[in-house]
Design a protein around this ligand. Structure first.
Ligand code: ADP
Ligand code: NA
Length: 326
């Protein structure tokens, strides 16, 4: 049997990019080997920042396609949409009664959201970590894999479980363990900022090879290297960082040497990266195209996931309601 249950959620941001892949999806796929995994598309969380839900369904669908094509296996893992298991909203409300408001408004992630959307500081934004806690404990999660920037949310979840237990003199909830995961910071095509859809510096996994090459050719390399004849510095070049992920060790070594003595130019270097990236993504793209032929099957997988998740959720809620005295 496996080592325990993992839960992770991600907001439905539509077609995933290289940052999502290297920073999250790749790890999701790998964890399936050792853990019982639950992967949730958190559409309710998305509502805290969205001003329109026009694209929500489509973004959910596209993200599910990417996850499944990348190797998240719905026979091994539970893949579902958060709002399809409404017990999470009930648990979130109950947990909100033991969630200190001051602690929530002190979280750096909340302060950042206030900076990002000063005209939409809604209650959902404040209680975001409470809903996240509800997600985690509803499914009796043992382990939550997170990067260091999300660790405070899991610490909040652990404290909330303890507060709930203390308030209602019970031990029905499982306190989740944090599994600190090294999340590489994938830079965007600008070579400066984190790759992100909102900054439009991203490379989508589902692009065609031609589209991929076109975007890769816009990538910013070592800014000090102005002319083809200038030697470059791979250590500060984002294209070189990407080669280290997608190219063979021999090619990486060749580029490392040749760039420094102007033996290879940035255009050639980027063409090589585009070719290797396309080769590496070919099986994913093939599988994605096949899956996209039958949208009903994707929705069936998500509904089946919700049915399996709901069974666990209701078991937890029976215990919670009884502990609270509802
Ligand atoms: P969410 O709000 O669900 O975290 P994002 O689209 O911001 O939605 O990110 C989804 C996942 O992809 C997160 O685990 C995040 O850390 C990862 N991710 C997104 N962009 C990058 C990036 N540029 N580098 C590394 N990881 C990233
Ligand atoms: Na994020």
């Amino acid at each position: 049997s496996k080592k325990g249950r993992v839960f992770s959620g991600a907001r439905p941001t539509g077609r995933q990019h290289l940052g999502n892949y290297l920073g999250a999806m790749k790890n999701y796929v790998a964890l399936q080997k050792d853990y019982d995994c639950i992967y949730c598309i958190v559409d309710l969380h998305a509502l805290t920042t969205l001003e329109t839900t026009r694209d929500l369904k489509q973004n959910t669908f596209e993200m599910a396609l990417d996850w499944l094509a990348a190797g998240i296996d719905p026979r091994e893992s539970i893949v579902f949409i958060q709002s399809h298991v409404p017990q999470v909203t009930e648990l979130s409300l109950i947990l909100s009664m033991v969630s200190p408001l001051g602690k929530l408004t002190d979280l750096p992630t909340f302060k950042e959201k206030v900076r990002m959307q000063p005209n939409n500081v809604n209650l959902g934004l404040v209680s975001y970590p409470v809903l996240m806690t509800a997600d985690i404990v509803l499914y009796e999660t043992d382990i939550v894999p997170v990067g260091i920037d999300q660790a405070s949310h899991i610490e909040f979840a652990r404290e909330t479980v303890r507060s709930f237990h203390y308030r209602y003199n019970t031990t029905v909830l499982k306190e989740p363990e944090i599994k600190l995961t090294e999340v590489p910071k994938v830079l965007g095509t600008d070579g400066q900022q984190k790759m992100s859809k909102s900054l439009n510096n991203h490379i989508e996994l589902a692009l065609t090879p031609e589209e991929t090459t076109k975007v890769v050719m816009t990538m910013v390399t070592d800014p000090q290297r102005q002319r083809r004849t200038d030697p470059g510095n791979p250590d500060v070049c984002n294209v070189f960082s990407m080669h280290k992920v997608f190219s063979s060790p021999e090619e990486v070594e060749m580029i490392n040497t040749e760039c420094r003595r102007a033996g290879i130019g940035c255009v050639d270097c980027k063409k090589r990266f585009a070719a290797n990236l396309n080769a590496s993504l070919a099986p994913f793209r093939e599988k994605r195209a096949a899956l996209a032929q039958n949208p009903d099957e994707i929705w069936d997988i998500l509904h089946d996931g919700a049915n399996r998740a709901r069974v666990i959720a209701e078991q937890t809620m029976v215990k919670v309601r009884e502990a609270v005295g509802l």
